[in-house]
Design a protein around this ligand. Structure first.
Ligand code: SF4
Length: 296
C-alpha cells in the first residue's frame, strides 16, 4: 500500500498523492469528509434504534454514472480533516450513542483511517467499526485493516463485467469484488449478533438496477453458492434516478414486479439470511444532505 505511487485501490493510478498529485478519485493527501451524523436508514442490525455513527468520505474510486451520492462522489464536496480530527469524530459519535462507526466509501483513505482508528481505540473507542464500500477494493489494502474492522458492508454491483465498463468505467469489477469479499470474510468470519445488532460479519449489498434483474440473480446465486448462510445479503430496491442519464433504463425506478421476482428467486434458492426493502424507499429524501460540510 503506497500513497506516493497510489495503489490504494485496483485503479492503481500510481500518482504521488503526497506531492499533491490527484488520481482518478481526486482524493487528496489527507482525509476528506462530507458529513458525519447518526444515521437511521441502514439495515436494522446496523442502525438499531440509536443510529449508526456514519462518516461519509468525499471522492470515489468508482464514480458510477447513477451514483446516489453524486455531490460527494463526483463533485467531491467535503472538507479535509486531520487524522486527529477523524479520531475525535469517531469518539464523538460513540458518545452520541452510535451503535457503530460506519465508514462510507473509505477506500481512498485507508492509511489515514488505519492510523486514526488505532489512536481512537487507544482512547476508548469500543463500538464496532463498519467498512461500507463499493466492493472495488484491493485485497492488499484490505489486509492493512485486519483486526480494526468488525463488519464489512461491501456492494456487489455487477456480475457481468460489461456492466462495470458501461456504468463505472472499469473492466474487472466482478472478479475484483469477488476477491475483496473473500478477504473480508476471511478477516471477520460468520455473523455475530448481540441484542439484534450485528457485532461482526459481512453483509453484501446489491442494488437492483431497473431492467437488470438477470444480472442481479447471478450475483445472488454466486453469493449463496460461495457463502451459504454465513453472510447476509441485502437486496435493495431504492434505486433513484437523480439526474438525466444517457442510459434510458436508468432514468426509471425499479418496478415492484422486478423486485418481487428477484426476492422470490432468492427464496427459491434457499436464502434465509437476507434483508429486503418494503414500501417506498426510492425517494431523494433518503439521500443525506451533503451541503453543510463547512461546519465540520
Ligand atoms: S485511491 Fe484514488 S488515486 Fe489511489 S489508486 Fe485508487 S483511484 Fe487512484
Amino acid at each position: 500500500m503506497d500513497i506516493t505511487n497510489c495503489n490504494l485501490c485496483p485503479r492503481n493510478c500510481g500518482v504521488n498523492r503526497k506531492n499533491g498529485e490527484l488520481g482518478f478519485c481526486l482524493a487528496p493527501n489527507s482525509i476528506k469528509i462530507a458529513r458525519y451524523s447518526l444515521h437511521y436508514w441502514e439495515e436494522p442490525c446496523i442502525s438499531g434504534e440509536e443510529g449508526s455513527g456514519t462518516i461519509f468520505f468525499s471522492c470515489c474510486n468508482l464514480k458510477c454514472v447513477f451514483c446516489q451520492n453524486y455531490d460527494i462522489s463526483s463533485k467531491n464536496n467535503g472538507k479535509e480533516i486531520s487524522i486527529d480530527k477523524f479520531k475525535e469524530i469517531c469518539l464523538k459519535l460513540q458518545k452520541m450513542g452510535a451503535n457503530n462507526i460506519n465508514l462510507v466509501t473509505p477506500t481512498m483513505y485507508i492509511p489515514f483511517i488505519k492510523e486514526g482508528l488505532i489512536l481512537a481505540k487507544k482512547e476508548g473507542l469500543s463500538i464496532p467499526i463498519v467498512y461500507n464500500s463499493s466492493g472495488y477494493e484491493s485485497v492488499e489494502a484490505l489486509k492493512e485493516l485486519e483486526g480494526l474492522i468488525d463488519i464489512y458492508l461491501p456492494d456487489f454491483k455487477y456480475y457481468d463485467d460489461e456492466l462495470g465498463v458501461k456504468f463505472s468505467g472499469i473492466k474487472n469489477y466482478s472478479s475484483i469484488t469477488k476477491d475483496a469479499i473473500k478477504e473480508m470474510y476471511r478477516q471477520v468470519g460468520k455473523s455475530v449478533f448481540k441484542n439484534d445488532l450485528l457485532k461482526k460479519g459481512v453483509i453484501v449489498r446489491h442494488l437492483l438496477l431497473p431492467k437488470h434483474s438477470n444480472d442481479s440473480k447471478k450475483i445472488i446465486k454466486y453469493l449463496y453458492q460461495e457463502y451459504k448462510d454465513n453472510i447476509y445479503i441485502s437486496i435493495m430496491n431504492q434505486y433513484t434516478p437523480i439526474r438525466k442519464l444517457e442510459y434510458k433504463e436508468l432514468n426509471e425506478t425499479v418496478n415492484d414486479n422486478e423486485y418481487d421476482e428477484l426476492i422470490n428467486y432468492a427464496c427459491d434458492l434457499g436464502i434465509t439470511k437476507a434483508f429486503i426493502q418494503e414500501g417506498e424507499t426510492c425517494k431523494e429524501s433518503f439521500i443525506p444532505d451533503f451541503s453543510k460540510y463547512e461546519d465540520i
